[in-house]
Design a protein around this ligand. Structure first.
Ligand SMILES: Nc1ncnc2c1ncn2[C@@H]1O[C@H](COP(=O)(O)OP(=O)(O)OP(=O)(O)O)[C@@H](O)[C@H]1O
Ligand SMILES: [Mg+2]
Length: 526
């Protein structure tokens, strides 16, 4: 029932929830993912679903969207009990999920993607002008400037997400589930998405919003439900919540008990130096990024932060150093010795590690067990007689990183694809740490990771620096860059635009060097 003292604006007093999920249980082999979970949703409400990695958020939403069946418990929609057997049925009931991995077809246009599978006109005859007109209307309703005939392949991640939302709107959804929709968006794009969410709710649509960014939840949600270990911690209206309170509900500890960097790193010699890095890519690729005269060095024991907007070239620099992409020119030195790196294999042999940005595509063997994923890169260290894996050593290694990073898994034999998103990320990080690199590059290391685990990753990077490892960290979150880097480089459009010591830097200063007017307007365009 609604508490009259603290009812959020968008929910009308006396109204019944449109959705009630009651006493939901779900288990997987070795894991009780949800126990007696309750959640309800009002018309036009934005309801945040928060909790640590593995808390059960995605599982609960997969039940609501028909991807999984609950073991027990009931779902009531508009006052009627419903059995949601599969995703198509969920769609028929007006429930749509916007996943992080998009389901769009890159080679088709925006309009074709919006109406895929149910083109107006019927009987196999496509009424093109109708599709185009309707897509235009949808975009207008959302106040999005996207042309119906643009190929999806040429859209940014944020724009693709808009297409997914237009699609959800076109099938007359009443509930839109967004599972970490902002994790790959820039600050501007995130604000734009929040604006669109406000427009959707004004049209009576309800949103379930999963995020690890607490400020975002506080900004957009009417109420928040927190899960911990598959159980309800509570549901609270937003005006009773704060970051501090949310952290306490999520992890059972206060923010001040989480890691905050205090130690002073002691720098050694230059571990890696990059000079004269230039690259002019194939102009046919609309997303290609030119790198211009990139030069920098990082010392042992130092954490160097690379700050920049999406498209500034940070990931391209990391991939070039690691031998993953060919570039026009680059002079590399490791420990003062000139080296040539032609492939990631060369890079690993020379003591470099790279935790990539996109864990799904580049980093994990999803069909394999955690065991194989964790030890695959360090296999050579574990080989005792050339070909037999040293099991005790492998078990020790897995146990060490499971503990260090609090990786939540049933057993090391569990498939990585069954771990929660954040725990998959931890497996990637652990794999590279196990290799004991001399220079470690981490690209968006805490994307999709909960607040507590994020603090653990920060602590770990800090420890690595204390052990004399040179760390290069790419992050889109300025607070993260500012809290753990010793030195920060700003990048804009493939060039280094500034260098700051931690003590000198502030968000405003970095932002000024990351974005010129042109860069900002390019970001706002979408
Ligand atoms: N198909 C599956 N098979 C086995 N275990 C699973 C499966 N799907 C989820 N789990 C387990 O259920 C638990 C809850 O996972 P879920 O993905 O719901 O977490 P989450 O709250 O979404 O976490 P994150 O913030 O990391 O995305 C985890 O322990 C996960 O390993
Ligand atoms: Mg999840």
């Amino acid at each position: 029932m609604i508490d009259l003292d603290a009812h959020p604006q968008r929910i009308r007093v006396g109204e019944e929830p449109i959705l009630m999920m009651e006493h939901i249980d779900k288990s997987f082999p070795g894991v009780q993912a949800l126990s007696a979970v309750e959640m309800n949703l009002y018309r036009g409400e934005v309801h945040g679903l928060l909790g640590e990695n593995g808390a059960g958020k995605s599982t609960l939403m997969k039940i609501l969207s028909g991807a999984y069946r609950q073991d027990s418990g009931t779902i009531t929609l508009n006052g009627e009990p419903v059995e949601i057997q599969n995703p198509l049925e969920a769609q028929r009931l007006g429930i749509v999920t916007i996943y992080q991995e998009f389901t769009l077809v890159p080679s088709l246009t925006v309009a074709e993607n919006v109406f895929m599978g149910r083109e107006p006109g019927g009987r196999g005859l496509l009424d093109w002008s109708a599709i185009q007109r309707q897509t235009e209307t949808l975009m207008w309703r959302l106040d999005i400037d996207l042309k119906p005939m643009t190929l999806v392949r040429n859209l940014s991640v944020a724009e693709q997400q808009m297409v997914e939302i237009a699609r959800a709107l076109s099938i007359q959804s009443q509930i839109i589930i967004m599972d970490e929709p902002t994790s790959a968006l820039s600050e501007h794009e995130t604000q734009r998405l929040l604006q669109i969410i406000r427009e959707l709710t004004a049209q009576g649509i309800s949103i379930i919003f999963i995020t690890h960014h607490l400020e975002e939840a506080l900004e957009i949600c009417d109420r928040v439900t927190v899960l911990r270990d598959g159980r309800n911690v509570g549901t609270e209206p937003i005006n009773r919540l704060s970051t501090e309170r949310l952290i306490r509900m999520m992890v059972g500890r206060s923010a001040s008990e989480l890691f905050q960097r205090r130690s002073q790193h002691r720098f050694g010699d230059v571990a890696l130096s990059v000079g004269n890095l230039n690259h002019t890519p194939d102009t046919r690729d609309p997303n290609a990024i030119t790198l211009q005269n990139i030069s920098f060095a990082v010392r042992r024991g130092e954490i160097l932060g690379l700050a920049g907007l999406i498209g500034a070239g940070r990931t391209e620099i990391a991939r070039a150093i690691f031998g993953a992409d060919e570039v026009d020119s680059m002079d590399l030195e490791i420990n003062g010795e000139p080296v040539t790196i032609r492939s990631p294999r060369d890079a690993i042999r020379l003591g470099l590690g790279l935790v990539p940005e996109d864990r799904k595509q580049q980093a994990l063997f999803l069909a394999l067990a955690v065991r194989a994923n964790l030890s695959i890169a360090s296999l050579s260290r574990l080989l005792r007689f050339g070909e037999f894996v040293n099991r005790p050593a492998e078990n020790e290694l897995i146990e060490e990183y499971r503990r260090k990073l609090s990786i939540r898994m049933a057993t090391p034999e569990q498939r990585v694809s069954n771990l929660s998103g954040g725990n998959q990320q931890k497996v990637v990080i652990a794999r590279w740490l196990a290799l004991q690199p001399q220079v470690l590059i981490v690209d968006e290391p805490t994307r999709g990771i909960d607040v507590a685990a994020k603090a653990e990753v920060h602590q770990l990077l800090d420890e690595l620096a204390n052990q004399g490892i040179a760390v290069i960290m790419i992050s889109s979150e300025l607070p993260e860059i500012l809290s753990i880097s010793d030195r920060i480089l700003t990048l804009r459009q493939g060039r280094i635009t500034g260098e700051f010591l931690r003590a000198q830097a502030s968000e405003e200063l970095l932002m000024q060097h990351m974005a010129l007017d042109e860069a900002v307007s390019a970001q706002v365009r979408m």
